[in-house]
Ligand binder design. Structure first.
Ligand SMILES: [Zn+2]
Length: 114
């Protein structure tokens, strides 16, 4: 299930569903090191350009010509969703704003301190 390594601690703590969620701009927290992780935002922004292009192009064609273009829009959307799973993960700094992203945040994680 969990087969994708965390960019902070290199432990395989993320699964493909997590990867799909990061493709929807979700920010995840590693179970192992509590480091925050998201998808590489520049790659994701480029991918979302294609989502907009997909909706605008096929939406316009559906308006002009045939409603079958809405089906092409859905297929294009699913293809983009497929690629969104392969956007690489990138580490985020901890919520407390500490300088190093590699150290597990000791103060920002109440579960470990309790
Ligand atoms: Zn981790």
């Amino acid at each position: 299930m969990a087969s994708i390594p965390c960019p902070h601690c290199e432990q395989k703590t993320f699964g493909w569903w997590h990867k799909y969620l990061t493709g929807k701009w979700a920010v995840l927290q590693c179970k192992q090191c509590a480091g925050r992780v998201c998808a590489q935002p520049i790659v994701l922004a480029a991918l979302y350009f294609f989502y907009v292009w997909d909706v605008v192009l096929f939406g316009y064609l559906a308006y002009l010509d045939s409603l079958w273009y809405l089906l092409a829009m859905v297929v294009g959307w699913l293809i983009l969703d497929y690629f969104s799973v392969y956007v690489p993960l990138t580490p985020l700094r901890s919520a407390g704003g500490s300088t190093s992203s590699d150290e597990p945040p000791s103060s920002a994680n109440p579960k470990q301190n309790a």
